[in-house]
Design a protein around this ligand. Structure first.
Ligand SMILES: *Cc1c(COP(=O)(O)O)cnc(C)c1O
Length: 346
């Protein structure tokens, strides 16, 4: 790995972060707070939230088996994705390399930050070839984006190929594991000590059923997390979200129950799609959705919209010609989709 100092934008390395009122005192038990120009009334909401979300991180630390100082929490994983660019990539100078097809935000954030984005096509099974990916990297490549299980294909990237990238690329490697709760493959989150240049992303938006609260996580070496903390907005995760996250963490059995229900339904849906005359191929999935190649994705998409059923049309994405991406819903929702598709042939 290149030294962290050589990977970080010089202005960020030098940056003196904003010092918030609440982070300047520590170590004392305080009960009169006249430091932050807050209103003393309206007492459930009047105080600024903990800028470092200490309680949430302590709870997450136990569940995720990562020390609190190796955790960053953000306004969705999308905040963490944007911060990676703002910390490491000099606009118009540095570049990033990513698998293709994959989650759209890596490219959008590259464009916003004026950083060149170099996609490297997966193979026809949506698998990563480490040699081809590494061949696309040059001395200005700061970051490699991997997503596993990948969106929109649904599959895990092969561990041996990911390991090759981790051991040979000398910049930052992000593995977005937004869907790992649905997968049985061991997470790279457990291997942070082995790879100081690794950032793993998780989210509460999928398996945790909390897309509305906007809580994303990044796990990395504590020096990298220190940079995230320096660059983020001081109060990036609001009090309502922190409180709700703690409640969800008290109810992990619910998450586990949802995941097993979704996995059962996933099995049923994959089988049912294979038998549909309008479906040509169903791709293997480790996520709460699957990709299916249809006879005519656009026509089927439009037909379903007409019935008030929305799936994701991926036909214009590379390697996804005539593909629809279908999220696993409730038993009733899935049944409604299936009967609409079966009617098509009638
Ligand atoms: C849905 C999704 C996310 C979640 O983003 P949030 O901002 O946390 O809601 C992240 N990465 C991938 C690949 C996704 O599909």
């Amino acid at each position: 790995m290149r030294q962290l100092h050589d990977l970080v934008r010089p202005n960020i390395w030098r940056l003196a972060p904003y010092s918030s009122a609440r982070s300047e005192y520590s170590g004392h038990e305080a009960h009169v707070f006249l430091d932050a120009n807050e209103n003393p009334y309206n007492t459930l909401l009047n105080r600024y939230p903990d800028p470092l979300q200490t309680e949430v991180k302590q709870r997450l630390s136990k569940y995720k088996q990562v020390p609190p100082e190796c955790i960053f929490l953000g306004n969705g994983s999308d905040e963490a994705i944007d911060l990676v660019y703002r910390i490491f990539c000099r606009p118009q100078v540095d570049n990033v390399v990513a698998i293709e097809p994959t989650y759209g935000m890596y490219k959008v954030c590259a464009d916003i930050n004026d950083v060149a984005y170099k996609p490297v096509l997966l193979d026809e099974h949506y698998q990563l070839n480490a040699d081809r990916l590494l061949a696309a990297c040059d001395k200005h490549t700061k970051v490699v984006w991997l997503c596993s299980p990948n969106n929109p294909s649904g599959n895990n990237l092969q561990v041996t190929e990911v390991e090759k990238v981790l051991s040979r690329f000398d910049g930052i490697i992000v593995i977005d594991e937004a869907y790992s709760d649905f997968s049985t493959v061991p997470t790279f989150r457990r291997r942070l000590a082995e790879f100081p240049n690794l950032i793993v992303l998780n989210t509460m938006s999928k398996a945790w059923g909390c897309a509305a609260i906007r809580l994303g996580m990044a796990f990395a070496d504590k020096e990298i997390i220190g940079l995230f903390n320096k660059v983020k907005y001081p109060y990036n995760v609001n009090q309502l979200t922190q409180r709700q996250a703690l409640e969800e963490l008290d109810n992990i059995e619910a998450v586990e129950k949802w995941v097993s229900l979704i996995l059962l339904e996933r099995k049923r849906m994959l089988q049912a799609f294979k038998e549909l005359p309008v479906c040509k191929e169903v791709f293997p999935t480790d996520a709460n959705f699957f990709l299916a190649r249809m006879t005519d994705a656009q026509g089927i998409y439009d037909y379903l919209v007409g019935k008030g059923i929305i799936v994701r049309n991926r036909t214009h994405i590379k390697l996804c010609n005539d593909c629809l991406r279908v999220t696993i819903g409730t038993k009733t929702e899935n049944a409604e989709l299936l009967s609409a598709l079966r009617e098509m042939q009638a």
